[in-house]
Ligand binder design. Structure first.
Ligand SMILES: [Zn+2]
Length: 55
């Protein structure tokens, strides 16, 4: 499974465990935060309600 374009918000716990390396790449330099779940990601497509990080 590739996480590109998929929302981190909807990942199941088992999927997080399985794809932790790939998830680290998505969250290590975040540009967006999810306004609903508070997750962060480098690409808005990985969040269900992406908002730009402003700080
Ligand atoms: Zn979300």
């Amino acid at each position: 499974m590739k996480l590109k374009g998929k929302s981190l918000c909807g990942l199941k716990k088992v999927a997080i465990k399985e794809h932790l390396d790939e998830i680290q790449l998505i969250v290590c330099k975040p540009k967006f935060i999810c306004g609903k779940c508070a997750r962060v990601a480098a690409h808005s497509g990985n969040l269900c309600r992406a908002r730009k990080l402003t700080v």
